[in-house]
Design a protein around this ligand. Structure first.
Ligand SMILES: O=P(O)(O)OC[C@H]1O[C@](O)(COP(=O)(O)O)[C@@H](O)[C@@H]1O
Ligand SMILES: [Mg+2]
Ligand SMILES: [Mg+2]
Length: 333
């Protein structure tokens, strides 16, 4: 049986399905290539001296790990000369990054979380990269932050890489979700999980339970009911998993169903959640919806939210449709 590489898959999407143009295809290829280099650094770990703190902080006030900085640089470096982009935005940079004047430019905006789940790097647990692509309107300066502030419905592609027991890249171009496994010996992403779907029903949830005392009433009610199991109002026993890498938790949900939640809580009342809308919640919501699931902030569909800032935060409930519907309903009553 012939194997379908990411490159062949993307060419087919361009030529047969007209789902993407050449610029978008090349931009996705460049992101995927950079993720191979990040994978290489992660796999080397202590041998390459890449573990531990960088000794710096990002714009969000979070301490950066060495690999946060390395992954950001790898993605920037690859995409500024090889991508067909108008500008790049990252979790690790306060403002959009311009494409140098003498480099080729294009009509797309790339956003990424270069390393997701960075608290897990030093303990050898799965981490990931998340990315999102938007169009940059003609004649508009891509480095103007406002150009990035488009609702998630405007994404033309989104994906993530999970650096786990296998390295996988999961991608949507708005016509389904497809998973590619890195064949490290030949350096190719191979289509191994075509048409991934999230089952509508689930018995598995993901939340950081240690924050329970800070949750709002609808979240507390929802989780209490899951914990009550067969004897409770939901009438079944639920299992819980929390990797603390959104990428790994979402990948599990794409593979076998479940609900992932990172609600708003009372620890930092002025922040509507921990996760970032533009390069965490939006790409993951696009993927989950394309796989038949749902994603809300408890009140509204995440993809419909109008962003107001590049590093804006948002509450996240995503995964199996029925569960997302229940917790969203509880926020409305
Ligand atoms: O440590 P907590 O509060 O459970 O948060 C875990 C969440 O934070 C994150 O690690 C945030 O991502 P970054 O590592 O990119 O900042 C998510 O991947 C994960 O779901
Ligand atoms: Mg993250
Ligand atoms: Mg990160």
């Amino acid at each position: 049986m012939s194997r379908i590489s990411l490159s062949r898959f993307l060419i087919e999407q361009q030529r047969k399905n007209n789902a993407i143009d050449a610029e978008l295809r090349l931009s996705i290829e460049v992101v995927a290539r950079a993720c191979k280099a990040i994978n290489h650094a992660i796999r080397k770990g202590a041998l390459a001296g890449v573990l531990g703190e960088a000794g710096t902080g990002n714009i969000q006030g979070e301490a950066q790990k060495k690999l946060d900085v390395i992954a950001n640089e790898v993605l920037l470096d690859a995409n500024e000369w090889g991508g067909h982009l108008a500008a790049i935005a990252s979790e690790e940079m306060e403002h959009p990054h311009p494409i140098p004047t003498d480099y080729p430019k294009g009509g797309y905006l790339l956003l990424f979380d270069p390393l997701d789940g960075s608290s897990n790097i030093d303990v050898n647990i799965s981490v990931g990269t998340i990315f999102s692509l938007l169009r940059c309107p003609d004649g508009v300066d891509g480095t103007d932050e406002k150009v990035f502030l488009q609702p998630g419905t405007q994404q033309v592609a989104a994906g993530y890489t999970v650096y786990g027991p296998q390295t996988m890249l999961v991608l949507t171009l708005g016509n389904g979700v497809h998973g590619f496994t890195l064949d490290a010996e030949i350096g190719s992403w191979i289509l191994t999980h075509p048409n991934m779907t999230v089952p509508e029903e689930t018995k598995e949830f993901a939340i950081n339970m240690s924050n329970m005392r800070h949750w709002e009433a609808p979240v507390k009610r929802y989780i209490d009911e899951l914990l009550a199991g067969k004897e409770g109002p939901r009438g079944k026993d639920y299992n819980m998993r929390w990797v603390a890498s959104m990428v790994a938790d979402v990948h599990r949900i794409l593979t076998r169903g479940g609900i992932f939640t990172y609600p708003r809580d009372a620890r930092e009342p002025n922040k509507p959640g921990k996760l970032r809308l533009m390069y965490e919640a939006n790409p993951m919501s696009f993927i989950i919806e394309q796989a038949g699931g749902a994603a809300t902030n408890g009140h509204q569909r995440i993809l419909d939210l109008q962003p107001t800032a590049l590093h804006e935060r948002v509450a996240v409930f995503l995964g199996s449709k029925r569960e997302v519907e229940v917790v969203t309903r509880y926020h409305q009553s």
